[in-house]
Every structure is written in structure tokens, then in C-alpha cells.
Design a binder for this molecule. Structure first.
Ligand code: BES
Ligand code: MN
Ligand code: MN
Length: 463
């Protein structure tokens, strides 16, 4: 059943890239309200794509960007039910001046792996979601239907923490929980010829602290040394957050954190991660974080705290002597399995109360909170997905962790009671969230084919 579908994918390659490019031309930046109409346009564009494949589609309004939900009954009878998830929103393009071409003008250029498409969202997640859309399209064209009952779920707020997805999943639980497994392409491969399946994702708690002091800006000569400077105080609180060994100092922060088992350590070792190359890719000469932990451990299974943005006071040209009224820091925590985002938020609140000096006050805002997830690498669906990727690559997918976060994965388990198959095809140098984001055509092509291979294995009962 697979061979003719693969041939259709090959023959339709240019048309697939053209549709993917159409989606990339819509600047569906979720964090900036100025792009709200574009987000909606992307949602409608996707609805049209699925309607052409015989899906029944619905657009659901939320307090943020709309959720797209669709259903295809499949061939009827007792077949598995897959829930495909993707996000149509993208990160902002800035700093725009560092792009070699327009971020929303997808461009095909030569790369060391053949050719690549450069655009914001090329890999995250428009290119990756179009892989399964195109696989479904090719299957439908060849066989006249799909081999599985299929639900599709597309959201426009993943990049800002999927805030309105959680209540949506709760409201639609009966329909969505009927699926057997959730399929997501939004993670990375091991390398260009080695497919990978991600079995752990970190969670994310994203917060903002505003530290306030004097009621108005003060002359730092007149008042300096006699009042608490809120920017000094904020810097102090942030510096207190880590100890000298890179550990977070919030009491109880590590209480639920699990130590890796022997087999997990052995699996990491056999991957033989190249730390020097990793650091070089980041443009740094030395690593950070917890000194006594290996690189895969630090990025996959240890929790972290990071300042993402910091501002306040005089930030214009030259010098101005002033004690400002307030300063703000955006602080996020990557969480690992068993850590409860709400409990961590509470712990952080208490930490702030204790570390803020008299004469200042710190206000804490929680922007989003999603737990981590770990999926059993030996589960039947994961094994099937690894084998399907093996059908295309000639070598089975390796299980890897991922330091990033995708809220749906934890909620699929927690709210819907189903596992998620994280079949990702991104490479480490794809510049996700950075200028000149790209996706290799070979990854796009073999990703489409891997999704077709998964469908074929299911159709043939090889699950
Ligand atoms: N696709 C990424 C997740 C990811 C990151 C996969 C790194 C592979 C490597 C996703 O779109 C993302 O950026 N997630 C945010 C989530 C957040 C806002 C809840 C993240 O990890 O920062
Ligand atoms: Mn993504
Ligand atoms: Mn992202």
C-alpha cells in the first residue's frame, strides 16, 4: 500500500512545496496582536486544505487565536483513530535586519543537504505540520480514503504557551479522548540521516516580575544611597535564584525531580553527544548550568530557570543619572516530570517575598504553565512510529529527549488519557525562533514519507 503513495509524494513534490510556501507567506505571529487577522487567515487556509481531503472542519473561537478541529471517518469499521496536532502560529521575525531574505517570503536556496526553504515557521511548525497534511493527501489520492479514523487539531497559540488550548481540550474531551494516540511533528531528528522519536519534553512556567520602588524617578545624586533602587533589588533577587553550582535556590524546587535510571544513562552514553560542537553551535566557548551533570541530562531531564528579558530605568543613548521607579524581568522555568507548575509558581512567589528588600515590592505575573511529559519508549505506538521511520531511512529511529516544551503532549496524557508520538524532523541548525529559520527539503520529503509509512503499517495491521 505504501509504494504508490511514496511515488505520489515524489511526483507531487513541487506542488507540496508550493502549498507549504503559501502557508509561510501568512505572518501568523501569535504574540503580537497586530497579526491577529493573519493568524485567523492561517486557520482558514488550513480549513480549506482539509475540506479538500474530505474532512468536516470547524473553527472554534477562543479568547485568543482560533482552534481548528476536523474529522475524517476513515474507511469505517474497527480501525485506529489518530489525532494529529500542529500549531499554525509562529514566533516574531525580529531581529528582521539579520534575515538574508524576507521572513515571510519563503525562499528555496542551496544547502549542504541539497536545498532548503528559508522563512519564519519553515520548520516550526508549518513545514512539519504540512508533512502529515501532504502524507494524508497522497494517501487519500491513491486509495480514495484514509486508512484510519482521523481527527486534526490545529492551534494558533503554541508559541505563547497554549493558554486557551487547555480549556478547549477539557470542553471537547469526549470527542478527542476517543482517539488512540496523538501524532505531532514539532521536534528534532538526531542528524540528517538518523531519525529520532522524542520521548520526553520539559514543561514550562513563564513568569514576569515587576519590582517597584520610588513613586517617581529620582536624582541618583540626591537620593542615591538613601533609598532602595528597584533595579538593584531586582538584579539581587535574580542573582539569588541560582547557587554557585547552577542549582535553583527556591525551596522545594527539586523535591519531585527524578534521577535518571541506569538504562536511561546508558542510552545517553551510547548517543555520544558532542558537547564541543553543541557549544560551538551556540557561539560560546564554555558551558553553563549544573556542573556535575552531563549535557543530555542538563538539557533533557533537569529543570532550569532563565531570565528571558530584563528592562527598566534609563535605556536611551548616553548617560542619565537616575533611580528609576521600576524594573521588569521575564523569568521562565523549564520543568521536568513530576514537577507541578502551580506548586513551582507558588514557591517562586514565596521566594520573591523573602528576597525583596523593604522599600520595594515585587509583583509576579504568570503568563503560562504546562507540565513536562515522559512517554514510555517501549510503548507499542512508539515502537510502530520508530519502525515506520526506519522503513524510509533504512535505520530505525533512536529515542531522544528534548529540552523544549509542547504543552499538548502533557495535556493529551493528563486530560485526554492518550500518549503522543513526537515524530520530528528538524535539525539542530534549523534556527528555530532565530533569523533565517529553515527546513531542509530532504527532511520535509522523508518526513512526509515517514508519515505515509506510519499509515501503511497501521493499514496493514503491523502495529
Ligand atoms: N517546536 C518547539 C518545541 C521544540 C523546541 C522542539 C526545541 C524541538 C527543539 C515549540 O514550538 C516551542 O517553541 N515551544 C515553546 C513552548 C512554550 C511557549 C510553552 C518552547 O519550548 O519555548
Ligand atoms: Mn513548534
Ligand atoms: Mn516554537
Amino acid at each position: 500500500m505504501l509504494e504508490p503513495v511514496l511515488k505520489r509524494i515524489d511526483d507531487g513534490m513541487d506542488a507540496s512545496i508550493e502549498r507549504w510556501s503559501e502557508l509561510l507567506r501568512i505572518p501568523s505571529v501569535s504574540t503580537d496582536p497586530a497579526y491577529a487577522d493573519d493568524a485567523r487567515r492561517a486557520a482558514h487556509w488550513l480549513i480549506e486544505q482539509f475540506e479538500a481531503l474530505g474532512f468536516t472542519m470547524e473553527l472554534h473561537e477562543t479568547e485568543g487565536h482560533p482552534v481548528v478541529l476536523g474529522h475524517h471517518p476513515g474507511p469505517g469499521g474497527d480501525v485506529p483513530h489518530l489525532l494529529y496536532y500542529g500549531h499554525y502560529d509562529v514566533q516574531p521575525a525580529d531581529p528582521v535586519e539579520l534575515w538574508d531574505s524576507g521572513p515571510f517570503e519563503p525562499t528555496v536556496v542551496d544547502s549542504v543537504h541539497g536545498k532548503k526553504v528559508v522563512a519564519r515557521g519553515a520548520v516550526d511548525d508549518k513545514g512539519q505540520l504540512m508533512m502529515w497534511v501532504e502524507a494524508l493527501r497522497a494517501w487519500q489520492a491513491e486509495h480514495g480514503t484514509l486508512p484510519v479514523e482521523t481527527t486534526v487539531l490545529l492551534e494558533g497559540e503554541e508559541e505563547i504557551g497554549s493558554k486557551h488550548l487547555r480549556p478547549f481540550l477539557e470542553a471537547q474531551r469526549p470527542r478527542l479522548a476517543a482517539a488512540d494516540v496523538c501524532v505531532v511533528s514539532d521536534t528534532s531528528m538526531w542528524d540528517v540521516d538518523t531519525p529520532a522519536i522524542t520521548y520526553s519534553l520539559r514543561g514550562l512556567l513563564y513568569t514576569e516580575i515587576t519590582c517597584r520602588g520610588p513613586s517617581h524617578d529620582l536624582h541618583s545624586g540626591f537620593y542615591g544611597g538613601a533609598v532602595v533602587n528597584p533595579l538593584n533589588a531586582l538584579a539581587r533577587v535574580l542573582a539569588d535564584l541560582h547557587d554557585d553550582n547552577g542549582r535553583i535556590r527556591i525551596p522545594g524546587f527539586y523535591d519531585q525531580v527524578l534521577e535518571p535510571g541506569e538504562s536511561e544513562r546508558a542510552a545517553w552514553e551510547s548517543l555520544d553527544m558532542d558537547e564541543a560542537a553543541f557549544l560551538e553551535g551556540a557561539g560560546v566557548t564554555a558551558g553553563g548550568g549544573e556542573r556535575d551533570r552531563s549535557l543530555p541530562e542538563r538539557i533533557w531531564t533537569r529543570p532550569t530557570g532563565d531570565v528571558n528579558g530584563l528592562y527598566g530605568g534609563y535605556t536611551g543613548a548616553g548617560a542619565k543619572t537616575v533611580i528609576a521607579t521600576e524594573g521588569t524581568a521575564k523569568v521562565s522555568f523549564r520543568l521536568v516530570p513530576e514537577q507541578d507548575p502551580d506548586a513551582i509558581a507558588e514557591g517562586f512567589r514565596r521566594f520573591l517575598d523573602e528576597h525583596t528588600p523593604a522599600g520595594c515590592s515585587c509583583e509576579l505575573t504568570i503568563h503560562s504553565a504546562a507540565p513536562a511529559i515522559r512517554i514510555d519508549p517501549e510503548s507499542a505506538w512508539l515502537r510502530t512510529a520508530c519502525a515506520a521511520m526506519g522503513d524510509i531511512y533504512g535505520r530505525e529511529a533512536v529515542p531522544i529527549g528534548c529540552g523544549g516544551s509542547i504543552p499538548i503532549a502533557a495535556w493529551a496524557r493528563g486530560i485526554l488519557g492518550i500518549d503522543t508520538l513526537l515524530m520530528g524532523f528538524s535539525l539542530d541548525d534549523d534556527a528555530m525562533h532565530s533569523p533565517n529559520e529553515k527546513f531542509e527539503i530532504t527532511c520535509f520529503e522523508r518526513g512526509m514519507k515517514s508519515h505515509a509509512a506510519l499509515l501503511a503499517r497501521i493499514a496493514e495491521g503491523r502495529v
